[in-house]
Design a protein around this ligand. Structure first.
Ligand SMILES: CC(C)(COP(=O)(O)OP(=O)(O)OC[C@H]1O[C@@H](n2cnc3c(N)ncnc32)[C@H](O)[C@@H]1OP(=O)(O)O)[C@@H](O)C(=O)NCCC(=O)NCCS
Length: 430
């Protein structure tokens, strides 16, 4: 960390001596005030529920400029990665800091694609679930259970173990997500095929059956790959912070990733694309485009409790760059499948148009986020709504593991342990 030229001074109105606090500079983005010694110097904590102004770590992986609507993985704009690289290049980049050269690319692709199979016991573990179990419940269980299968790579203090676990997780997540799907629909599991691309293999495990050959559609393969790239990392969001906090106790990486999956499930986070598609289907059932105006009135009415799902973001106060790319993919996929007139897509475009012109949204800087169009794309590909968050988890696993490994390699890392402002009863007797 680089010290800035200036320092911060914190003074008190009650005559307590003021304290000087060091300021650090990042390579881009806001500086931070180092308050680590504040408690020792002042006997006071800081208060910041929701981490609105608190950096919990230093990180060199992902940078978001919310005002500009910019997302960089290791410095590269998401638009360039989505257009010029594939998901496994992106994984390599997030894990290692640079894009692979040709040799590294071939090796990394081979490595990941060779470890896609899961232990045969996994299917018996799956059988313990009801067929109608939510895939996120199933995935939380399966991923947590991986530590029991790969106990040889759970020493987080060993960089080689960390690397092996990272590859295992990235390789096996598509297999587990597809197994969770197949179990739910009562079809046989499809074993992975290592000669296919990462996305192509996933599509085959999802939609192929042993009864006939499955031919991967290159447009859908590319769309799936793009969904993975766009969801690969997003700096210190709720699930990533969960993975870091969970991993900070020294637990094994599979357990830490399972914690991230559990956090991602919530509707304010990974569940938003599911919520967004449900919202579009509700509006469609109640009259479609003709009822958009009425729906928007409800959204603006604070007492209604209705939100425009897929709009707004804690960090982006401008167009989420991923939403633009997703809209592009949406056009391509719908055209390929002859669904250009898909009513939900039309509805989404109409909602977006109204929202971008309406003062309620403009004044609050609410723009579409990645979830606004990703649900429509996934639905067109044939992915059931309940699996959307599972796909997100699959794609985000690399981000989680890159962030976890970055934390574990940081000599300044400590077990995460927030403080509190206690407002309950002081000591009293029974
Ligand atoms: C993502 C989200 C949780 C961010 O929340 P946040 O940063 O805490 O922002 P706030 O909730 O403080 O929102 C600021 C204002 O915009 C309003 N707002 C935010 N998102 C809104 C939405 N989707 N629809 C309607 N109003 C919204 C809030 O009610 C608030 O209004 P107020 O200032 O009059 O009280 C929020 O925008 C949201 O719930 N969006 C829908 C769910 C979603 O798409 N999540 C996916 C994120 S990738």
């Amino acid at each position: 960390m680089k010290l800035a030229d200036n320092k911060a001074t914190l003074s008190f109105s009650n005559g307590k001596p003021s304290v000087e606090l060091p300021v650090y500079q990042g390579s881009i983005g806001p500086d931070v005030i180092d308050i680590r010694k504040l408690y020792g110097q002042t006997d006071m904590f800081t208060y910041d529920p929701g981490f609105l102004s608190t950096a919990s770590c230093q990180s060199a992986i992902t940078y978001i400029d919310g005002d500009k609507g910019e997302l960089l993985y290791r410095g590269y704009p998401i638009e360039q990665l989505a257009q010029k690289c594939d998901y496994l290049d992106t994984c390599y980049l997030l894990l290692n800091g640079d894009l692979p050269n040709e040799g590294q690319r071939t090796d990394f692709h081979k490595l990941v694609l060779k470890h896609t199979m899961v232990n045969e016991q996994m299917q018996f573990f799956l059988r313990g679930f009801r067929r109608d179990a939510h895939p996120m419940a199933v995935l939380t269980g399966l991923i947590g259970a991986l530590s029991a299968f790969y106990h040889d790579s759970t020493d987080i203090n060993n960089p080689e173990h960390r690397h092996i676990s990272a590859i295992r997780l990235i390789s096996k997540l598509p297999t587990l997500v597809a197994m969770a799907y197949k179990y739910g629909v009562g079809q046989p599991y499809m074993y992975p095929r290592n000669d296919l691309s990462y996305a192509g293999n996933f599509l085959r495990m999802m939609f192929g059956t042993p009864c006939e050959d499955y031919k991967v559609n290159p447009v859908l393969e590319r769309a799936m790959d793009r969904i993975f790239i766009l969801h690969a990392d997003h700096e210190q969001n709720a699930s990533t912070s969960t993975v870091r906090l969970c991993g900070s106790s020294g637990t094994n990486p599979f357990a830490a990733i399972a914690a991230g999956v559990a956090c991602l499930w919530g509707p304010a986070h990974g569940g938003a694309n599911e919520a967004c598609l449900n919202m579009l289907e509700d509006i469609q059932r109640n009259g479609g485009v003709a009822k958009v105006g009425e729906f928007m009135e409800q959204v603006k009415d604070k007492n209604s409790g209705v939100k425009l799902m897929g709009f707004g973001h804690r960090v982006y106060k401008n167009y989420d760059p991923r939403a633009k790319l997703m809209q592009e993919t949406c056009n391509e996929v719908l055209a390929e499948l002859g669904l250009e007139n898909d009513p939900l897509f039309k509805l989404a475009k109409q909602l977006e148009k109204i929202a971008l012109e309406d003062d309620y949204f403009v004044s609050r800087k609410l723009y579409p986020n990645v979830d606004f169009y990703s649900g429509i794309v996934q639905r067109a590909i044939g992915i059931p709504v309940s699996l959307f968050t599972g796909i997100f988890a699959l794609a985000r696993t690399v981000g989680w593991i890159a962030q976890l490994n970055e934390m574990l390699a940081d000599p300044e890392y400590k077990i995460g342990r927030p403080r509190q402002l206690f407002t309950g009863s002081p000591r009293r007797d029974v």
